[in-house]
Design a protein around this ligand. Structure first.
Ligand SMILES: Nc1ncnc2c1ncn2[C@@H]1O[C@H](COP(=O)(O)OP(=O)(O)O)[C@@H](O)[C@H]1O
Ligand SMILES: [Mg+2]
Length: 301
């Protein structure tokens, strides 16, 4: 029952030493972001620094409003930063680029294009001839298991299938980094679990580095090498947690000691024990197996 015990500390240290030996693909240095608002300004991010190494899978977790989407939008080049630096492969990011692919929570496919045309869109925009783009789309649709749906339209697909198309559409451009902002957040629990395993399969077979935002602790632990825990107001790095759960991951590990210890550790970071706090009845009456963040400033355990 190796699953039931924590992996030896030196084994874990070696695993992370191997990761840190790889070159950093993404480097965030002292990143700050202020938004101008009607009443003044909002400090969304403050002094955020971290590195993501080649082929690493890093999850970002934190309560609603802590700046997760702002962070990933800055990394994608869709939003400017107020201070600090973001480097991809050592070069400062100054806008969107093909080295970064993005998958959003909402379905961002073109509804008037077929699945295949959606995936072909990027390669065609970057100048590949139609037949080459079509071949690329077919290849990536096969990888996400949607070859049979190449000629379907997005509205004919389930939520999970649409997110597979969104992943194919991002990967077809062969990005160095795949940026994912709560991509499975709108899916039912069963589909979400399948998509998590599917993502790990894809990631294992590609030279791609993944930064994955979630507010689901189980999802973060299941997927990540490391978890960046953010706290809110302003969004700051609270801790970067090395996940001690061995790879390859499987759902059976959810009950392993390593998994539960990581979960308890991060839960304590996010929800430090609160004294003198009464819990609203409905929250108390609805225990959930899935740990989720609720509202900003919500101290309910
Ligand atoms: N365009 C904007 N203008 C003003 N404030 C914003 C804007 N975008 C985000 N914010 C604020 O920045 C903070 C972080 O938001 P966001 O990055 O969406 O958080 P998260 O994704 O973690 O829920 C919030 O307080 C939010 O209200
Ligand atoms: Mg968000």
């Amino acid at each position: 029952m190796s699953d039931a015990t924590l992996p030896p500390a030196d084994e874990l240290a070696q695993r992370f030493a191997r990761i840190y030996e790889r070159e950093p693909i993404l480097e965030v240095r002292g990143l700050g972001k202020q938004f101008a608002t009607a009443g003044g300004s909002v400090q969304a991010l403050r002094d955020v620094s971290f590195k993501v190494h080649r082929r690493e899978l890093v999850c970002v977790i934190g309560p609603s409003g802590c700046g997760k989407s702002t962070l990933i939008r800055i990394l994608a080049g869709l939003e400017t930063l107020s201070s600090g630096q973001v480097l991809v492969d050592g070069k400062p990011v100054s806008g969107p680029g093909r080295d970064r692919g993005m998958v959003f929570q909402g379905y961002s496919l073109f509804p008037w294009l077929t699945v295949k045309r959606n995936v072909m869109f990027g390669p065609e925009m970057s100048g590949h001839p139609h037949n080459v783009a079509e071949g690329m789309a077919r290849q990536w649709l096969e990888l996400v298991g949607l070859s049979d749906f190449a000629d379907a339209y997005p509205h004919q697909l389930s939520g999970g299938m649409r997110q597979r198309v969104a992943i194919a559409r991002a990967l077809v451009n062969e990005p160095r980094i795949l940026l994912m902002d709560e991509p499975f957040g709108a899916l039912d629990a069963q589909t979400r679990a399948k998509m998590q395993t599917h993502l790990l399969d894809i990631w294992k077979n590609l030279d791609v580095t993944v930064l994955f935002i979630t507010h689901d602790l189980d999802e973060a632990i299941y997927l990540a090498d490391r978890i960046l825990v953010l706290k809110a107001h302003p969004g700051e790095v609270q801790e970067i947690v090395e996940v001690p759960v061995p790879r390859p991951r499987s759902p059976a590990q959810f009950s392993s000691e390593a998994f539960r210890a990581t979960r308890a550790h991060i839960e304590a970071l996010i929800h430090p024990p609160v004294v003198h706090h009464t819990m609203p009845d409905e929250e108390a009456a609805a225990p959930s197996t899935m740990i989720r963040f609720t509202a900003v400033d919500d101290n309910v355990e």
